[in-house]
Design a binder for this molecule. Structure first.
Ligand code: HEC
Length: 217
């Protein structure tokens, strides 16, 4: 018994397991609280006072969002700029904007966008990543989608596309007509705009520009 190695001692392994489990539990609890603070949604006051939140409040749909390189962090970050119209208004209240986002979120679940797309890291890669789809230049004034859909704003072009994706093929894979109504499309576009304003630490890298459309000005 005198020379029994510590590695074959049962109690050594029991103690190790207890310590490792205990340490991991404390770490997980701490990380959970830390994350909760980081991802707590901001509100309209923050936006009015220029307070940056990782997840801005729903009324971020009243503002212009751009994606800019942050040299210090080494990746692009969403930047919330001046007021801009969203479906003709820049004064969506917290309740109205919240209701629109809610409608969009339900729509995205009902129509299962994740079957083909990825949202905030969840989903598939059959179709472009939607996390930053709102920032895809294809929908901007110099992109092809406003002209293709005969709409004069980004949000109207995107809503039109969502209702009739099969009418605007971009010579890449085609999105099927999912029977999305005008009301649902409005909610979905708000949902996508809000999602693009979330600071995701630069994820996804080189977010999926709409294949084809971007080159087909
Ligand atoms: C059956 C697969 C499929 C489903 C389900 C689907 N899509 Fe798509 N979607 C596509 C494909 C494929 C494209 C690329 C179309 C193209 O390039 O012409 C696309 C393109 C898009 C784009 C343009 C992307 C960009 O970067 O500009 C948006 C926005 C979009 N889809 C939103 C949605 C939303 C919102 C839902 C759920 C309500 C959804 N899609 C469900 C296949 C799908």
């Amino acid at each position: 018994m005198a020379n029994k190695s510590v590695w074959s001692d049962n109690r050594f392994w029991q103690r190790s397991a207890t310590w490792v489990t205990g340490f991991a539990s404390v770490l997980l609890i701490w990380l959970t609280f830390d994350t909760s603070v980081q991802i707590a949604m901001g509100n309209d006051e923050d936006l009015k006072n220029g307070v940056t939140k990782r997840v801005p409040g729903p009324t971020v749909i009243n503002y212009k969002i751009t994606y800019e390189m942050d040299a210090k962090r080494g990746h692009e970050v969403p930047v919330i700029g001046e007021k801009e119209n969203f479906f003709g208004r820049d004064d969506w209240s917290e309740e109205e904007a919240g209701a629109l986002l809610h409608l969009g979120k339900l729509g995205s679940q009902a129509k299962n966008c994740m079957d083909c797309h990825t949202l905030l890291g969840n989903g598939a890669y059959y179709a472009p990543d939607l996390t930053k789809a709102w920032l895809d230049p294809a929908w901007g004034p110099n992109g092809a989608m406003q002209a293709l859909t005969a709409k004069e704003t980004k949000e109207e072009a995107m809503a039109e596309f969502l209702q009739h994706p099969d009418r605007y093929p971009t010579h890449a894979r085609m999105m099927p007509d999912l029977g999305i109504t005008a009301k649902e499309a409005k909610g979905l576009v708000a949902f996508l705009k809000h999602m693009s304003s979330i600071d995701t630490n630069g994820f996804p890298r080189n977010f999926g520009h709409m294949q084809g459309a971007i080159n087909g000005k």
